[in-house]
Write a protein that binds this ligand. Structure first.
Ligand code: ADP
Length: 345
């Protein structure tokens, strides 16, 4: 573009000077002509600058369209119904699952039944299949063999959205948006009223610190909640889960990485959230799993042991071994070491 402008000015100068010499044009006319020419080129120059940005925007637009056009692997089966309000019983019936391209099965003939309101801890080494089990509950994938039943009905009988609406999830790193606190909580249930949002925040022990923020519930959070502490972020995430009123709750290492005090408060909030709800907890902290109604010890995709903490300790199997190992590394849960992240398995 610059070359074009320069060449054009040079040509006009060359021709203009000839005309001036011939007396057909005054030097003043030529000067004015060149000034106008430069002014006329200005918007063209700017357009050239914008083409780079336009190209970037087009590429981003194409990515957005790609995402919108992605067909999810899991589709509603033909004749799928809206799920009724679940009571919370969950059954895995000989569930086998392998990832596409995965070398061996991620879950192998997994069977267990969970009663409504029961708290289940999923324990096992890394890569044993805990997250896969949780992903199947959320129906991110369907089992290759076997069935998953909610209140006695195969998940595939129901529309995916109507199932997911009834499950609350709190992850280790909850994703908060650069939006108001209110909107971040209401993301769990878009129909929630202000009163419901506040009730959820109270349950999550978040109401008081929210009120202390500069604009209370209207305070805009930083990207990914960067303006809050880890514990505060988790409490907003718990409020988001609570506002859903879901009968099934999944907790995936929700207190990992928090300091002692934050862990204590978040645990209190989690106790409130999970009261009376069927709960699956993935945790590396075996002291936390002691409180579960049932422990499923998973290794290489199989449930090797299941029962209450005392039952599994009496069994003296893999779970007991792991527990003793952890107790050896962190013998006393003092105020200072807390044992929160006792051991990375
Ligand atoms: P855990 O949560 O107990 O650490 P995972 O459920 O994440 O275990 O993993 C179980 C097995 O499945 C592992 O062997 C892991 O490598 C494999 N796996 C997990 N996610 C995927 C994936 N998206 N694609 C292929 N293999 C996977």
């Amino acid at each position: 573009m610059e070359v074009l402008v320069t060449v054009a000015v040079a040509l006009v100068l060359w021709k203009g000077v000839q005309l001036v010499l011939q007396g057909a044009l005054t030097a003043g006319d030529l000067l004015i002509f060149i000034t106008y020419l430069k002014t006329a080129f200005k918007p063209i120059r700017q357009l050239a600058k914008y083409t780079g940005q336009i190209a970037k925007a087009t590429a981003s637009g194409e990515r957005v369209i790609d995402v919108l056009d992605t067909i999810p692997d899991i589709q509603d089966t033909r004749g799928a119904m809206d799920a009724p309000q679940f009571l919370g019983s969950v059954q895995f019936d000989q569930v086998t699952f392998a990832y596409k391209g995965g070398s061996s099965g991620a879950l192998k003939h997994v069977s267990f039944t969970v009663q409504p309101g029961e708290h289940v801890a999923l324990v096992g080494p890394s890569g044993s299949g805990k997250s896969t089990l949780v992903s199947l509950l959320l129906r991110f994938y369907d089992p290759v063999e076997g069935r998953i039943l909610f209140d006695g009905h195969d998940l595939r009988e129901y529309k995916v959205d109507s199932v997911r609406r009834q499950i609350s999830v709190v992850l280790q790193e909850s994703i908060l948006f650069a939006s108001t606190v209110r909107e971040n909580i209401a993301y769990g249930n878009l129909k929630a009223t202000q009163a419901e949002i506040e009730t959820a925040a109270r349950l999550a022990k978040a109401h008081e610190f929210i009120l202390k923020l500069p604009q209370g519930y209207d305070t805009i959070l930083g990207e990914r909640g960067a303006t809050l502490s880890g514990g505060q972020r988790q409490r907003i995430a718990i409020a988001r889960a609570a506002v859903r009123h879901a009968p099934i709750v999944i907790l995936d290492e929700p207190t990992t990485g928090l300091d002692n005090h934050s862990e204590h408060v978040v645990n209190e909030a989690l106790n409130q959230l999970t009261k009376g709800k069927t709960t699956f907890v993935v945790s590396h902290n075996l002291q936390a799993t002691e409180r579960a109604d049932r422990v499923l010890y998973i290794e290489e995709g199989r449930v090797l042991e299941q029962g209450t903490h005392p039952e599994l300790m009496a069994l003296k199997g893999q779970y007991a071994k792991l527990y003793q190992l952890q107790a050896k590394v962190y013998p006393i849960r003092t105020k200072n070491n807390g044992g929160t992240n006792a051991i990375a398995i």
